[in-house]
Every structure is written in structure tokens, then in C-alpha cells.
Design a binder for this molecule. Structure first.
Ligand code: PEP
Ligand code: MN
Length: 262
């Protein structure tokens, strides 16, 4: 189970050469959505050059409005694999439904998005796999509920779960969500699973991403997942929170400074 009491040592999730947890720091970066081969390969090369360890990109997108771009689906997954081939970066991408599971066979890390944190049928199916699952905290879920969702995956034998704090709904709306950074040290107390932070969805605002990413690094998160786009103004999803590759590069330099201290 995920309780630190019964399993004192940190879980290290390994994806190829990349390790998450147990003192290893991992940066996942890439666009909100895969839009084209040119876009995903360009962003993958840029984030790799800046020191990212993994490529993120959505192919199946949960959108609030049914009229918004919902991702390139199977084609998006193929483009992610091309970007992986070009850069060597493992890929992390969201799965929304068990029906799509066969398409994700060659994906390195499967993401359960905030909206599906309590999709228990999906969690149980992912528990049958033997590959890492990135489990994002729901929009209005407690840490206990997040840990219970991790248990759903682990109960079927898949122990490779990475938790992600990505902001929660609060009364204030100056940011898209409110980043609950205290969740990081608290989760480290409660569980041996690695905990990463998503400053992009937590804030929704480009200029707040770097300070929150640095803060998450300083409070000992095991990694970050950050949205980076080569043309944020024309992004099909989440452009307002996406860093340009140059901004991501500056941020990575600052994160490396903090990691020397922490
Ligand atoms: C995402 O990472 O693309 C995403 C949709 O995030 P969340 O599930 O945290 O809203
Ligand atoms: Mn997004």
C-alpha cells in the first residue's frame, strides 16, 4: 500500500534511465496538446536541450467545452513516439478511458488527469499494467482521497504511481487553481510514493509558472511537469500558461541552483 508507515523507504519509479523519487528529480515538459509533428518535435528538442528528462503532450484532452479542441487522439500518440525517437525522451500522456487502453501500449507513463482521479474503473484497469502511472490530484479532492485513488492502482499490483499536485479549487479566482504546496511535504510524510508539482495548471498564468516551479523545487518535490509551447499565442490549448522554450531554459537554470541547495 502507499502508507509510509508500512513502507518507510521512498519508492523510486524508473522509466528507462529516468528515476523519479528517492532523491531523484525529474522534469517533464512539453505542450498541453500535441498539435502537429513539427510542433511536438520542435518542443521536444528544445526542452531536452534545456535539461528536461521526459516529454509531456496530450493526445486525448479532457476539455470543459465540448466545442474545444479535444486532441489528435491516436495520431497524437504516434507523433509523440516520433518525438521520443528524435530525442530519446520518454513520453507521458493522458488516458481518459479504458476503451483506449490498447493504443497506449507503447507509452512510457500514463497520466490520469485531475478530472479522472476518481474514475475507479480506469484506476483498477491501470493497476493491472506494469508501467508507471502519473496520478493528478482532482480539482476538489483531499490528500486522503488522492491516496485512496493511488491505492486503487496499487491494489491490483501496480506499485509504480507518481502523485501530482496541480492546484485545487478555492474561493479565489485570480489564478486558475490554488497551488497547495504544503501538500508536498505532507504527502512525503504520509506516503513513500514520489510527488511532483504542475505549476502550469495550478496557476494558468505564464508569469507565475517559474516562481511556483522554484517553490515546489525548494519544498522538496520529486519533480515538475511544465507546459512549454513554441508558439503559445496560437496554442490550441492552454497557451496562456505555456512557457516559451527560452523561458523554460531560464527556469531550468534557476531550478538547478535550488536543487544544489535542497
Ligand atoms: C494536463 O496535464 O494536460 C491536464 C489536463 O491537467 P489536469 O488534469 O491537471 O487538469
Ligand atoms: Mn494543459
Amino acid at each position: 500500500c502507499c502508507n509510509r508507515k508500512f513502507h518507510p523507504e521512498d519508492t523510486v519509479v524508473q522509466v528507462g534511465d529516468v528515476k523519479i523519487g528517492g532523491g531523484n528529480f525529474c522534469v517533464m515538459a512539453g505542450p498541453c496538446s500535441v498539435e502537429s509533428e513539427e510542433q511536438i518535435v520542435a518542443v521536444a528538442k528544445a526542452v531536452k536541450a534545456s535539461g528536461a528528462n521526459m516529454l509531456r503532450g496530450g493526445a486525448f484532452k479532457p476539455r470543459t467545452s465540448p466545442y474545444d479542441f479535444a486532441g489528435l487522439k491516436a495520431e497524437g500518440l504516434e507523433l509523440l513516439k516520433i518525438a521520443r525517437q528524435e530525442t530519446g525522451l520518454p513520453i507521458v500522456t493522458e488516458i481518459m478511458s479504458v476503451v483506449d487502453l490498447p493504443l497506449f501500449e507503447d507509452v512510457d507513463v500514463l497520466q490520469v488527469g485531475a478530472r479522472n482521479m476518481q474514475n475507479f474503473d480506469l484506476l483498477r484497469e491501470l493497476g493491472k499494467l506494469r508501467k508507471p502511472i502519473l496520478l493528478k490530484r482532482g480539482l476538489a479532492n483531499t490528500l486522503k482521497e488522492l491516496l485512496m485513488s493511488a491505492e486503487y492502482i496499487m491494489a491490483s499490483g501496480n506499485e509504480q504511481v507518481i502523485l501530482c499536485e496541480r492546484g485545487i479549487r478555492t474561493f479565489d479566482d485570480y489564478t486558475r487553481n490554488t497551488l497547495d504546496l504544503a501538500a508536498v511535504p505532507m504527502l512525503h510524510e504520509l506516503t513513500h510514493l514520489p510527488v511532483i508539482v504542475d505549476p502550469s495548471h495550478a496557476t494558468g498564468i505564464n508569469r507565475l509558472v517559474a516562481p511556483m516551479a522554484m517553490s515546489a523545487t525548494a519544498c522538496n518535490a520529486d519533480g515538475l511537469i511544465i507546459e512549454v509551447h513554441n508558439d503559445p499565442i496560437h496554442a490550441l490549448c492552454d497557451g496562456a500558461q505555456s512557457l516559451r522554450p527560452e523561458q523554460f531554459d531560464v527556469l531550468m537554470g534557476k531550478i538547478r541552483e535550488i536543487r544544489k541547495v535542497v
